[in-house]
Every structure is written in structure tokens, then in C-alpha cells.
Design a protein around this ligand. Structure first.
Ligand SMILES: [Ca+2]
Length: 129
């Protein structure tokens, strides 16, 4: 199920669009890496792109913390030209030393620059511990 938008939003991640669970269990404090990939299309002027944050809410907390390096301003995909319409399958990953617990992950997409539209489809999200 493609998601098309023009303002920042949490991406819908579920089995219908090919993604995996957004909940995961860390059994022993350790480095955990989370990877997000999706088909992506940005239309807009040549300063436009979509920034992605992979963010985790640790068990017992109420806020989502973006994982580096996705916590920074990272372009997931961009049009490339003034009138470009370039489809890509893009991927980004974030990681941290995570405590024991049942944690939740979400992916935030943030259109930046003069974006006309962002289209995200065929999402895949997986946790490596
Ligand atoms: Ca980011």
C-alpha cells in the first residue's frame, strides 16, 4: 500500500506493505541495528528530498528516540533534477546499545525543501541483534 504525502508523518508499517513487526525484544543489553528499506519517489524542485528517522521507544519510556545516523538530516531519496521523477529502492539503518526489554520502533518520514510529493511503498523493516 503506497503512502503519498507532503508533510512529516510516521510511516504505516505492517504486513500489508511487506514490512515486519514494529515490536522487538532485547534479551541482553547489546548493540542492535535496525534497517529500513522502501521504494521511494520524491517529486519537487532540485532542493527537495525526504529525510528518514528510525526511532525507538524503549520499554518503560514514552518518547521515541531517533537512532544515529538516521537522527541527523539524511536524504533517503530525492528527485535529482527540477522535474525529475526517479524511482529508487533505498535503504538506511540506525543502531544503538539497547537495554533489555520489549521495545517499539517507528519510521518518521520528513519531506524537506520544495517537495511536491513523496511516495513510499514496499516497506521492509528489520531488527538485527
Ligand atoms: Ca533523519
Amino acid at each position: 500500500m503506497a503512502q503519498t504525502f507532503t508533510t512529516a508523518r510516521d510511516l504505516t508499517i505492517n504486513e500489508q506493505n511487506g514490512a515486519f513487526s514494529t515490536n522487538f525484544k532485547v534479551k541482553k543489553e547489546n548493540w542492535v541495528v535496525i534497517n529500513f528499506s522502501a521504494e521511494c519517489l520524491v517529486t519537487g524542485s532540485n532542493n527537495s528530498y525526504v529525510d528518514i528517522d528510525i526511532a525507538v521507544r524503549y520499554e518503560g519510556t514514552s518518547t521515541f528516540v531517533p537512532l544515529p545516523p538516521t537522527s541527523g538530516d539524511n536524504s533517503f531519496c530525492a528527485p535529482g533534477t527540477n522535474t525529475g521523477s526517479y524511482w529508487v529502492s533505498a535503504s538506511t539503518a540506525g543502531g544503538a546499545v539497547m537495554p533489555v526489554g520489549n521495545h517499539t520502533v517507528k519510521v518518521i518520514a520528513r519531506p524537506l525543501g520544495s517537495v511536491t510529493s513523496v511516495r513510499i511503498d514496499d516497506l521492509a523493516l528489520y531488527v538485527i541483534d
